[in-house]
Design a protein around this ligand. Sequence first.
Ligand code: PMT
Length: 403
Amino acid sequence: MLSGKQIVLGVSGGIAVYKAVELVRLLTKAGADVHVIMTRSAMEFVTPLTFQTLTSNPVHTELFNLIAEREIGHIALADRADLFIVAPATANVIGKIAGGIADDMLTTTIMATKAPVLIAPAMNVNMYTNSLYRENEEKLRCHGYLFVAPAKGMLACGWEGEGKLQAPEVILEEAICALTHRDLTGERFLVTAGPTLEEIDPVRYVSNHSSGKMGYAIARAARRRGAEVVLVAGPTCLDDPWGIETVRVTSALEMRDAVLARVPGSTVIVKAAAVADYRPKARATGKIKKSTEAMTIDLERNPDILSEIGTVKGDRTLVGFAAETGELVENARKKLTGKNVDLLVANDISLEGAGFHGDTNIAKLLHRDGRIEDLPLMGKERMANIILDRIVDLRKRGMRGEE
Ligand code: PMT
């Protein structure tokens, strides 16, 4: 995700410095080469050795270090950075940056960088809501600095409210966003993911093996590329993705209502959910007791949500999926034309590494002009981005009025 990226992490002094250690671990795990700058007060909480060990790079603490440096340290770091993160960022450091003060290694390097700067504040709630702080943040936002708003909760100082440094996973996600080309800005995505669950009684249900991973990967990638995203998800074990409005549903009927209500507000709809085609005709209110007899459950058809959207889609881009175990192209082609979709992602779920649950998939992309693209075994994240590349093409062609 971040391989080949040079990230400079500025760490200023606050109890949340321990979370910066975890952030460094996540950044390096994602492939980034991380260079840490610590302020003097940050070193009161954690030693430079911790960051040096995790990054395998020297930690910068002094503006003038003539013995160790053959190059002008702050300029070299400022030029090298693809992204500058300040986490935790104290009110003092943010005030200094906003005031154009460059009096230590951290603030001087920020002043000299042309890289995007992502600031993750951490402070007492009264400091965070102080009008002077608010002015500083507003000023920096106007100058293009990016912020990860702090979380609410119990603060180290004993107060409760906004001011907790955001979770390292959230700062990582915002760092990835800051480094991603935003070719979907202005688009409003509606993505479905996961299975639906059709209850037989309060204990049993009919469902399928979808984990939601494919749909979540599409939703996350679309947000990183600048789209506004709403995710309608069936029951999955996955956490709601950061920055994405996630609507949780259980049954196909609930999914249908949630999706159809949001079609008018969307420009692109991606239906990766595995919707149960049938539901029990009647749901027993109490647990059905077992007997020695065989049992038959009457099922009735669920509405086909994708087909319904196909009839009202207008100039929206509609992407469907097909999960098949044989005659992949023939079955998928029927869905492409029968459900009026613009692009169909067909996966043969009987193949090793494709389909439900895993982190990888294998698919064929069926286009309306008859083209078929083979997507070999790859991570769902990578496949999501290829699907989004095709959506970008379709949107551009739509804007030019091409078929
Ligand atoms: O969630 P994962 O574990 O990552 O696995 C998801 C997946 C990798 C298998 C995914 O890529 C996939 O194929 N999802 C759709 C599976 C599916 O339901 O296929 P289908 O052939 O039954 O349905 C075809 C299309 O119609 C799908 O876009 C589906 O969302 C839609 N549909 C189906 C039935 C129905 N009643 N309403 C629908 O909208």
